[in-house]
Design a protein around this ligand. Structure first.
Ligand code: CP
Ligand code: NVA
Length: 304
């Protein structure tokens, strides 16, 4: 595996499988009270340009469970690119810490951070990608479904950092990835092309959510306006109104289809309260698995 975790497209299929195996092992040991302090004495600097619940807490708790310590650096603390240049932050933080996790706006900034950092850099979300989330998602699907054979995941909504990360996953791991996305909000064109060119998955873009969910194992939702688009919330409510995951849409899917959402969810917008609270919903297992999946990523990158 590379020294950094920036994109699932940087991993091979075997490396993804190794991370999943390690996530399961670390999770089992933690639940049995047999966790080992694999990262004893190590520190992780966590830089946030955007808000977070799951990412901040799962990395912080994960580091503590591994015997290390995480430092939370809020948007106002560091001033990425405003108070200080990314390349200077990367080099300074590398002198104090064993790893850096960053949630940034520009994906180019996390690439620059990794270039100048002498310790591993983990992508905790950029406008373009959210690879830690998809590792946790796949772990959750594996636990519930018992295998990943002939998996079909259907993403409904905005072609955003989650969609792009699912496409990267599909470029490495054989699956069916259906996306129902309104025109003008497609995922990143280069990532979509690369995923199709990789030729190992069936990738289909629909405009009609009802067609996309046919015979799917998972329906996946995310917010219509991501954190860097909050000023577009009102206009996006109109654009995406036919892309809500609701009881009507569920009638077009199999009765055993899992419901996933990376959270935070806006109930009544991209997903209804009844769907997210339904027995098919595995959103809280998914949220928990951020912890276990990221512990595996940290152990792989930072373990001596
Ligand atoms: N899913 C996710 O990344 O949640 P946070 O934004 O709360 O970290
Ligand atoms: N697409 C969302 C994901 C939040 C976890 C965002 O970028 O805000």
């Amino acid at each position: 595996m590379k020294n950094h975790f920036l994109s699932l497209a940087d991993l091979t299929k075997d490396e993804i499988l190794e991370l999943l195996d390690l996530s399961i092992e670390l999770k089992e040991k933690q639940k049995k009270g047999q966790a080992e302090p694999i990262l004893k004495g190590q520190t992780l600097a966590m830089i946030f340009q955007k808000p977070s619940t799951r990412t901040r807490i799962s990395f912080e708790v994960g580091m503590f469970q591994l015997g290390g310590h995480a430092l939370y650096l809020a948007p106002s603390d560091i001033g990425v690119g405003t108070r200080e240049a990314v390349k200077d932050i990367a080099r300074v933080l590398s002198r104090y810490n064993d790893g850096i996790m960053a949630r940034l706006f520009g994906h180019e900034d996390i690439i620059e951070m990794a270039k100048y950092s002498s310790v591993p850099v983990i992508n905790g979300l950029t406008d373009l990608l959210h690879p830690c989330q998809v590792m946790a998602d796949v772990l959750t699907i594996l636990e519930h479904r018992k295998n990943l054979d002939d998996l079909k995941v259907t993403y409904i909504g905005d072609g955003n950092n989650l969609t792009n990360s699912w496409l990267n996953f599909a470029s490495r791991f054989p699956m069916k990835l259906a996306m129902a996305i309104p025109e003008g909000h497609d995922p990143d064109q280069e990532i979509l092309k690369n995923a199709k060119d990789a030729g190992i998955s069936e990738i289909e873009l629909f405009r009609d959510p009802q067609k996309a969910v046919k015979d799917t194992d998972v329906i996946y939702a995310d917010v219509w306006a991501s954190m860097h688009q909050k000023d577009e919330t009102e206009i996006r409510k109109k654009i995406f109104k036919d892309y809500q995951v609701n009881d009507e849409l569920m009638k077009h899917a199999r009765p055993d289809t899992y419901i996933m959402h990376c959270l935070p969810a806006y109930r009544g917008m991209e997903i209804t309260d009844s769907v997210i609270e339904s027995p098919n919903s595995i959103v809280f297992d998914e949220a928990e698995n951020r912890l276990h999946a990221q512990k595996a990523i940290m152990v792989k990158l930072m373990g001596k």
